[in-house]
Design a binder for this molecule. Sequence first.
Ligand code: FES
Length: 342
Amino acid sequence: MFNVNLVTRDGASIEFEADSTDTLLDAAAKANIFLPAVCREGGCGTCRVTRKAGIVSIGPYSKSALTDADRAAGDILLCRSKAYSDLQLSAPFDRAAVGFAPVPERGARVIDIAPAGAGAIRLALQYEDDPTHGRAAEFIPGQFMELKLPATSIARAYSLANTPNWDGTLEFLIRQHPQGAFSGYLRDSAKIGDLLLVKGPQGSFTADEASPSPRWFVAGGTGVAPMLSMLRQMVEFGMTQEARLIFGVNTEDELFATDAVKELSRSLPRLNVTLCVWQPGPNWTGFAGTPAEALAAALADGGARPDIYVCGPPALIEATEAIALAGSVSHDRIFSEQFSPA
Ligand code: FES
């Protein structure tokens, strides 16, 4: 057995034992340490950490979960790596994102469902009273929940758009995929009062509260959900940090959450918002192009290098990382969350 030492972003030290038979993710779970993970098969990048010392073998993975630049910088995927020596790892998430008990699963009922632009749906749920967990919705802004349709195997992970609260309300912005099973449920049969199973909170895509740098959020489509959650928490906490939201969609009719964004702009005087449309009509007055292109323009304006949080499809994440690195943002100040499949 080898000793694995993982230091979280906020400096906590977590130790567990591993050998070359289990992945690091499974070895940690055997010690009742539940590290952030979604796909468990090298596809989503949620379990990415940096190897500071030691030897691992890495199984097959998707380049969108671990780019060549990530790998060159020492990053590995916990769900694909096995230990071949003692290991020193550094994680891009705080200790609060690590579970020390299995992730809870609770019932929640649909309380609102409505279109969000041409390609997405806003879904609001409310937890049922739970003998162990009560009713409160406790999570860290930026985290996601796995929503499961009862009596089926259909489960999908979606980021929360609201903030933790006592009345147990959960808000999601869900992209509609024409062939998606969960999308099909939302489109054809979802109704107020439906009971869903909610497994979470999960995920490590959370704001680095200790960092004094400006926070720039780069979102594609419903990737704006975790950004709304983090920005709304900045409002609730009275934070005055400089922030920027770069939010993009393909066409103007896909735009949504604009009222929420306006409300945030009113409440956060140091928030700069850029709405981007990739293929705009003639009357569009915002940025014409992708969020990554808007980011390149903003970085070229100079100023303090920001922390960059990016959420959206793999192509947006790759482009954003490349532009941020070229703009002198260091690798460890770029935090990403990739869309999971439909
Ligand atoms: S959980 Fe490891 S890449 Fe998805």
